[in-house]
Design a protein. Structure first.
Length: 320
């Protein structure tokens, strides 16, 4: 080498080659390729790297994705862990030119088809309502033909079995559009395994129960004189129609015929009201008033204090 020298310490030419890196597409996850039952075996879920597939052998941080056509290979029915197969796999992404797939297909038991929810409704002419009775029981007799069913795929063979139906409101209180849960409703038919039946409808109504107020017989509305003719209703009333176990309080404005003391005084009550929304108060009396009797007694006079006697002075003894 001592007899030579390079004319340049560099050289270049189009003689290099970088071969594409082989990578393998593999399905991953549990029930990661999922859809709601739609009556066919086509996969509708998108392929998402890191969620339902991985590319073994790719360089970290390279931009690669995968597209393909997938099917549930066993059948169209709802189930977990179903066999899924993808074909016609194609690489996408800015780095796809640096890779080639070892296979254009992949498969695995990562599929899921969930049951399709049907829509339950009430048949024409059927309503679920009652007057408040303190319970959650549905009082309407529900028989075959009380409900409608919709949402099945392509009119598949799925129907409602309406044997021994009963229902319950979400709570006992008066209201509209209340949730009602039914028991005794099931699905029949060849395709029933692919559907789920909602057993609750926001279709219930509980109306407030009418009740009637009256004054208690032989009750005397008494008070001590206070310079006014105001009367208190207290416990001198009854409410007819209240459900056993419920407590409803009645309020009213009351007036004696005068503010003066006396017995057998006329007491008139008006402007009756209750605070319980499960009941509606019927207007008492002919004109919204009820009349009773009572007494205003004079206040007990304060006792007169007994005077304390002044002690007599002790006489001074005379000197001897």
């Amino acid at each position: 080498m001592g007899n030579y020298q390079l004319t340049s310490a560099a050289m270049s030419g189009n003689v290099g080659q970088i071969t594409k890196k082989n990578i393998t597409a593999e399905l991953m996850g549990t029930n990661s390729v999922s859809k709601e039952y739609d009556g066919n075996t086509n996969v509708t879920a998108a392929l998402t790297r890191g969620t339902n597939y991985q590319l073994s052998g790719m360089v970290a941080d390279d931009n690669l994705s995968l597209t393909g056509t997938g099917v549930y290979t066993e059948n169209k029915n709802a189930a977990d862990g179903k066999a899924v197969s993808f074909s016609n796999l194609i690489l996408t992404g800015t780095d796809m030119g640096n890779y080639q797939l070892t296979s254009a297909a992949m498969s695995g038991n990562v599929g899921q088809i969930t049951k399709k929810a049907l829509t339950l409704g009430l048949a024409d002419g059927i309503s679920i309502s009652k007057v408040y009775d303190g319970s959650t029981d549905v009082s309407v007799l529900l028989t075959s033909g009380s409900f409608t069913l919709s949402g099945a795929v392509d009119s598949e063979n799925v129907r409602l079995n309406e044997a021994a139906i009963s229902g319950a409101y979400d709570d006992k209180n008066a209201g509209t559009a209340k949730a009602v849960t039914f028991t005794g409703l099931t699905l029949d038919g060849d395709a029933a395994v692919n559907y789920v039946l909602p057993v609750s409808l926001n279709a219930g109504t509980i109306t407030a129960k009418p009740i009637t107020a009256s004054l208690r017989e032989r009750y005397s509305f008494n008070k001590t004189y206070d310079g006014t003719n105001k009367a208190s209703l207290g416990s001198g009333y009854t409410l007819d129609g209240v459900v056993t176990g419920d407590t409803v309080t009645l309020s009213a404005d009351g007036q004696y015929d005068s503010k003066e003391t006396g017995t057998a005084k006329v007491v008139t009550f008006s402007n009756f009201s209750i605070q319980d929304t499960n009941y509606t108060l019927q207007t008492p009396g002919a004109e919204g008033t009820l009349t009773g009797t009572g007494s205003i007694t004079a206040p007990t006079p304060a006792p007169t204090p007994t005077p304390i006697p002044t002690p007599e002075p002790t006489p001074t003894p005379e000197p001897t």
